[in-house]
Design a protein around this ligand. Sequence first.
Ligand code: CA
Length: 233
Amino acid sequence: MSDRLLVIEDDATIGEVLTSSLRGQGHDVFWERTARSGLARAARTDFDLILLDLGLPDLDGVEVCRRLRQQQSGAVVVVLTARTTEMDVVVGLEAGADDYLTKPVRLAELHARIRAHLRRGVPVLAASPVRSVGDLVVDTASRRVTVAGREVGLRAREFDLLARLAAEPGVAVSRATLMADVWDDHWSGSTKTLDVHVAAVRRKLGGASASLDIRVPGIATVRGHGYRLELDP
Ligand code: CA
């Protein structure tokens, strides 16, 4: 069973990037945009981890954190804050937060911290590192890609890109999410490099699926949004 996460974040762009990337990591993610709706959600549903933006429009984030602590004694609370002074950090932790991250959040660091926190709880079987779509198999443990058993040579970023798309087959993943997940801290730069890598992966998967008997997904362009991995695009 996947871990259940609650994101309480009022910023639409940040919320979208966070929820999409956390879903890509295999988590079951709920997103609430106000303190009140977040608290209402937490009153109904048990969460393994709550990601709380301290700067919410309707209630003070530290107060929200205190209330979440009372409601959700089993959940790990990670505070996201643009406030970087030490006092704010201390106040956040005194309010019952288990950890904090300052914005802008580096997704690789966020994922690593969340994994570490969730491991501390009840041991769960890790999500399988192997994803298969048709005859394509992406193994994130060994970082190997095979098509019908034959290995496809991908460069590091090409592999990361394909692995990210394969984490959610059939789901349109936005350019911003791909840049954030695959290129991490360089994601605010040009996204031309994304198209170049997509072209390379398409070429290599196409070359590997020359036989008609082999079913290999392609990377479909989703106009005005991003890309989607699917069979028979
Ligand atoms: Ca905010």
